[in-house]
Design a protein around this ligand. Sequence first.
Ligand code: SF4
Length: 372
Amino acid sequence: MAATTSLRTLLAEKTIAAHPDLVREEASGVRCLACGHRCLVKPGRDGVCRVRFNREGELRVPSGYAAGVQVDPIEKKPFYHAFPGRDALSFGMLGCDFHCSYCQNWVTSQALRDDQAVSMPRFCSAAQLVDVALDRGAPVVVSTYNEPLITSEWAVEVFKSAKARGLTCGYVSNGNGTPEVLQFLRPYVDLYKVDLKGFDDKHYRELGGVLSNVLATIEQLVNLAFWVEVVTLVIPGFNDSDEELSNIAEFLAGLSRDIPWHVTAFHPDYKMQDPARTPVATLIRAYDIGKAAGLRYVYPGNVHGGVGDRENTRCPSCQSLVIKRYGFFVEENRMKARGRCPECDGPIAGVWEAQAPVRSQGTGIPMPVLFS
Ligand code: SF4
């Protein structure tokens, strides 16, 4: 039996019925609302992600396992404006609704499509995952590695347990959302990182997505007051033209100048082996484009120590150093209480210390400054 077939058989037993908010019955099957594909799943068939399927008229969805669990710096997700210098517990399941040829998590994301992607789930409870976070002193729990939208019921089960024990929760996602799934997640998810993979719909369709869905998701996330950070993996010859980078930066700045934009270096992975690693000069060009578009926080990534001061957070009002970083490590955090600049007392947007949402100043659509 092929590895993907035996894995599917195993995972089929670790399922529950879809949450009523994420499924709709239709004449010929069930409509899944968990991601932007909105699959109409007929009896005996799977959705595009292959982890949600119709069994005798019921949409079954994954639950009760993890295929990867790790505790590491939150900057690695990357979130730079949430709990700086602290650890996050990351957990992932299997499967994805995209099939990016350069996926850096392909062993888990493509486990149900590719026999080369060998990944075994470990059955566990939500409380066991939260125990790991608490044992390791991590204040944040993040669903990542595979696409969390397609496994949202399980993420919410974990997050309910995490929030009851005082933790903050986040998604690391391709942004192929729906209004229904974002409303479903909002009570439990505070931090949301979106991979905006470019600004070219033709390229997005090659990866299995649609650009307009991802843009609409980012806009909805901002309007729903999630704390949003956006990452663009800058790939030579794929999305690194001035025009495409400017389109991304201007789109984000039009939503909120407070959205941190991470422009990170590509390295050959999975099926995309041709482009060379992204030159540092390209990342600095992307940084300049982001700043010229009006974004307050732009960070070149995956080049530890290679971009000088650009890894740091500076106050957008007075330019004083607020957070000094080296790669994923915070070397100095000068932030004052309630997310204020140590020199001019201006606000630094992010999730810093308490739970009282405060609006940032001077943005198109107001962004919250959350305090935990
Ligand atoms: S999560 Fe997305 S890909 Fe999977 S069944 Fe639902 S709509 Fe389809």
